[in-house]
Ligand binder design. Structure first.
Ligand code: NAD
Ligand code: PRE
Length: 304
C-alpha cells in the first residue's frame, strides 16, 4: 500500500485532455489545494478556468507561475519536453517533483537527463493508458483514469520518495500502477497504440482519395465509426508520438504490409478456409482481451 499524496500546489503544463482530467480528479479527491495551469493557448486557459480545471492561469513558465510548486506535471505533446524542461530548470526547488504523462517514454527520460541533470533524481516518467480522440481543456473529464493502467518507467537514479509520490498521485485517481523499462514500454505501445492510430489515419486517407469519397462517407456506418474513431485524434499529439517512436513503428508497418499481402493472396486464391482461419484467430484474441477488460473494470462505480 502506497502512502497518500497531499499537495499544496501542482503546476500543470499543458491543460488538455490528460492533464486537465488528472487535475479535476485530484481536486475532487482533495489531494491538491491549488492547480496552476500553464498553456500556450490563451483561449484554452480561459475555458480551463471557467470549468475550474485550474485555479490560476499563465501563458509561460516563470518565477511567478512556478512559485511554491510541490510538483510539476508536463502534459504537452511529447516533442515539447526538452524545451519545457530547459525553461523549468531555473525555477525548480530541490523538493519539487517533475513528472510527465507522454505516450513515449525514452524521449521523456532523455529530456529529463539532458535538460534537468541536477534534478534528474526527482524526475519521474509516467504514462496513463487512458484517453480519447478529444483534446483541450473542454475534453477534461472526471474519472478518466479509474481502473486504467498507469505505467511508470523509473530510471537508475530515481529518488524513492519522488517515485512514491507519483505512484500515490495515480493511485489517488484509481489508476493501477505498472512498472516497465522505457524501451520496453515504447516497443509495447508502438504495437498496441501507435500502430492502430497510423492504420486508422491511413484507411481514412484511402477513402478520401477515392473518386466517390463523398458517396462512400455518406453510407459509412458503425464499422467505419469504430475503426476510425482514433483517426479523429489530435494531429500534433500523434505526429510527435509517431516520430518519437519511428524506428519500432516503421518495423511494425512493414509487418502489417505482410499481413495485408497474405489477405490479398487469400482473396486472389479464393481460399475460404485460410480466410476463415485468419478471422477466427483474430476473433478469439479480441474476445478474450475484451473479457479480461470487463473483469478488470468490474466494481468500478458507474459514471466513471
Ligand atoms: N490523448 C490521449 O489519449 C493520451 C493518452 C495518454 C497520454 N497522452 C499524452 O498526454 C500528453 C497530452 O496529450 P493530450 O491528449 O492531453 O493533448 P491536448 O491537446 O488535449 O493537451 C495538450 C495541451 O498542451 C498545450 N501545449 C502544447 N505545447 C505547449 C507548450 N510548449 N507549452 C505549454 N503548453 C503547450 C496545448 O495548447 C494543449 O492545451 C501527450 O504527451 C500525449 O502523448 C495522450
Ligand atoms: O482512446 C483513445 O482514443 C486513445 O487513443 C487512448 C490511447 C490508446 O491508444 O489506447 C492513446 C494514447 C495513449 O498514450 C494511451 C491511450
Amino acid at each position: 500500500m502506497i502512502a497518500e499524496i497531499s499537495m499544496h500546489r501542482l503546476v500543470l503544463i499543458g491543460v488538455g485532455l490528460i492533464g486537465g482530467s488528472l487535475a479535476l480528479d485530484l481536486k475532487r479527491a482533495a489531494r491538491v489545494e491549488e492547480v496552476v495551469g500553464i498553456d500556450i493557448d490563451a483561449d484554452n486557459l480561459t475555458r480551463a478556468l471557467e470549468r475550474r480545471v485550474i485555479d490560476c492561469a499563465y501563458e509561460c513558465i516563470n518565477a511567478e507561475s512556478m512559485a511554491d510548486a510541490d510538483m510539476v506535471l508536463i502534459a504537452t505533446p511529447v516533442n515539447t519536453l526538452p524545451i519545457i524542461c530547459r525553461q523549468l530548470a531555473p525555477f525548480l526547488t530541490d523538493r519539487c517533483i517533475v513528472t510527465d504523462v507522454g505516450s513515449t517514454k525514452q524521449l521523456a527520460l532523455q529530456a529529463f537527463a539532458a535538460e534537468l541533470p541536477q534534478h534528474y533524481e526527482r524526475c519521474v516518467a509516467a504514462h496513463p493508458i487512458a484517453g480519447s480522440d478529444r483534446h483541450g481543456a473542454l475534453a477534461a473529464q472526471f474519472g478518466l483514469f479509474a481502473a486504467k493502467k498507469c505505467i511508470i518507467c523509473a530510471h537508475e537514479q530515481q529518488d524513492k520518495t519522488a517515485l512514491q509520490a507519483v505512484e500515490a498521485m495515480w493511485q489517488a485517481v484509481q489508476a493501477q500502477i505498472y512498472h516497465l523499462d522505457a524501451a520496453r514500454h515504447d516497443a509495447i505501445f508502438a504495437a498496441v497504440s501507435h500502430l492502430p492510430h497510423m492504420l486508422a489515419y491511413a484507411y481514412v486517407h484511402q477513402l478520401a482519395e477515392a473518386a466517390n469519397a463523398d458517396e462512400l462517407l455518406q453510407f459509412a456506418g458503425s464499422g467505419f465509426r469504430d475503426f476510425t474513431r482514433i483517426a479523429a485524434s489530435h494531429p500534433q499529439i500523434w505526429t510527435d508520438i509517431c516520430l518519437a517512436n519511428r524506428q519500432v513503428l516503421a518495423g511494425l508497418l512493414e509487418k502489417q504490409q505482410q499481413e495485408l499481402a497474405y489477405l490479398k493472396q487469400c482473396l486472389q486464391d479464393g481460399d475460404a478456409q485460410k480466410l476463415t482461419a485468419f478471422f477466427a484467430k483474430a476473433q478469439k484474441i479480441r474476445e478474450s482481451w475484451q473479457n479480461e477488460q470487463i473483469q478488470a473494470t468490474a466494481g468500478v462505480p458507474a459514471g466513471r
